[in-house]
Design a protein around this ligand. Structure first.
Ligand code: ADP
Length: 252
């Protein structure tokens, strides 16, 4: 039976700050987003972020069934994060595990403050995050895509949630850790912001940082979130732009 052994690169970052995948400390990986790609769901989004490939789908708000789960004064939000069996280097055991239960919870908690829940009493909003291919940072990429899918579903939102991870490799604070950095770096810190007022809805820290490093990391995360927020806006505008073009062409 083949055994997959991942080896630690000799150097994760050079003295002058060149990272193992060639990026500088402040470079995000390439990000591409698209909305409305699943016609059966009320809202959907697809994101490519580095090597991550993630689909997010939203159903609802729908009448809560069975009735006893309904909340009289607001919508109930459920979230399921799943990794496809073929999403990792080694075939995963299909189905939920402890990690996916945790990530479902943190993604849900990152999104809930963005939704005007009280607009939809007695209903359920279901959010699905399906990781087709994983390459570090799936919780932040999944959160970013899920927020887009909520917007695409036309759900009343206070704002969108843009999420990104920052990390520490030796003395360097780097944005958007890649797979090797996630595995062998010194610290990893996923952060989600409810834009525009930049309320933090998720912050986890795995590994040690000094207070100064933490402040630098948080400030870099904020700057990256702005870029991601802008990319979300463009993705939401794109079908509109296409529709406008189509109407213009038909009118000719
Ligand atoms: P995140 O994807 O949010 O960074 P983790 O830090 O838990 O979450 O995981 C980092 C990366 O490790 C994942 O993106 C994925 O590429 C890989 N990974 C996680 N779980 C598994 C697994 N069960 N098998 C193989 N690779 C995994």
């Amino acid at each position: 039976m083949p055994i997959f052994v991942e080896t630690k690169p000799e150097v994760l970052i050079t003295e002058d700050g060149v990272r193992v995948d060639g990026r500088g400390p402040l470079d995000l990986r390439p990000i591409k987003m698209e909305v409305g790609i699943l016609s059966r769901a009320d809202g959907s989004a697809y994101i490519e972020w580095g090597g991550n490939r993630i689909l997010a789908a939203v159903y609802g708000p729908r009448e809560a069934k069975p009735k006893h789960i309904a909340l009289p004064d607001r919508a109930l939000v459920r979230c399921r994060y799943m990794m496809a069996p073929f999403s990792t280097l080694e075939r995963r055991k299909p189905g939920p595990d402890r990690r996916s239960v945790e990530l479902s919870k943190v993604i849900r908690e990152a999104l809930v403050p963005s939704i005007f829940l009280e607009e939809y009493p007695g209903t359920v909003i279901d959010v699905f995050v399906e990781v087709l291919r994983s390459d570090a940072g799936t919780r932040v990429a999944g959160t970013t895509a899920a927020s887009l899918a909520l917007a695409n579903a036309g759900i009343a939102l206070r704002g969108r949630v843009a999420a990104v991870a920052v990390g520490r490799v030796g003395d360097w604070i780097v944005v958007d850790p890649g797979h090797d950095e996630d595995m062998w770096g010194d610290a990893d810190m996923p952060v989600a912001f409810l834009m525009e007022d930049k309320e933090i809805t998720l912050l986890q820290l795995d590994g040690p940082m000094t207070e100064e490093q933490f402040r630098e990391a948080l400030s870099l995360a904020e700057k990256c979130a702005e870029i991601i927020y802008e990319a979300q806006r463009e993705a939401l505008r794109r079908p509109l732009i296409l529709a406008e073009r189509r109407v213009a062409e038909e009118g000719r």
